[in-house]
Design a protein around this ligand. Structure first.
Ligand code: PLP
Length: 217
């Protein structure tokens, strides 16, 4: 696969499901990929990337920003409070706000820094023990809490359980977003981004289908 093939598949999914292509953002998930591989995608003109570890992002993106303009970075992995400042300095988007403590930390740092990334609230749609995200039953309350803190919440994010039909999770996420008046839906990865687009995804997070398999070595 390559960037152009993935873009073509997104174009087609949008056409097939009556979505406006401009409403679907491709986030190229570059975690663990060697810098040369990431740079190829930068050279092709793509500027929107996702990383799941703040530390790894900090070791890569300030350097790329010296050579390439207009890079937009999305933090898509679980966020610890002690990494929040660094994440907010690096990234334009954070997808993983999932508990009151991190929400209030971000609100406080936003005051201090004078800016705040756009935010998604992560929902643990599969109610999995090991997974981050607010439980579906607590989502409405938590979303209201974040909005009351004046946080720039743009939508919801989920990672469906690997062994379940993703559609059910995409539909649930969309339902929670709709009833809370949120427009953004960060959902869909290499294996299911077209399906996610059919369920209204506004941000698809695609890694291995663009860059190849990750080698954790
Ligand atoms: C790694 C990762 C992705 C990309 O996964 P692929 O299957 O390689 O496309 C998407 N979202 C999150 C949160 C990730 O950590």
């Amino acid at each position: 696969m390559s960037l152009s093939e993935i873009n073509a598949r997104i174009d087609k999914a949008c056409a097939d499901h009556g979505r406006d292509r401009a409403d679907v953002q491709l986030i190229a998930v570059s975690k663990v990929q060697p810098n040369e591989v990431v740079e190829e995608v930068l050279k092709e003109g793509h500027r929107v990337f996702g990383e799941n570890k703040v530390q790894e992002a900090a070791g890569k993106w300030p350097m790329f920003r010296e050579s390439y303009d207009g890079i937009e970075l999305h933090i898509i992995g679980p966020l610890q409070s002690n990494k929040a400042r660094q994440a907010m300095e690096l990234a334009q988007w954070i997808h993983t706000v999932d508990r009151p403590k991190i929400a209030s930390t971000i609100a406080r740092l936003a005051q201090e820094l004078g800016h705040c990334p756009q935010l998604f609230i992560q929902v643990n749609t599969g109610e999995e023990e090991q997974k981050a995200g607010v439980m579906p039953a607590d989502a409405d309350g938590f979303i209201k809490e974040c909005l009351a803190m004046d946080l720039p919440v743009r939508g919801l994010m989920c990672i469906p359980p690997v062994d379940e039909e993703a559609s059910l999770h995409f539909a649930l996420l969309r339902k929670i977003a709709e009833r809370n008046g949120l427009k953004g839906l960060s959902m869909g990865m290499s294996g299911d981004f077209e399906k996610a687009i059919s369920f209204g995804a506004t941000h698809v997070r695609v890694g291995s289908a663009i860059f190849g398999e990750r080698n954790y070595g």
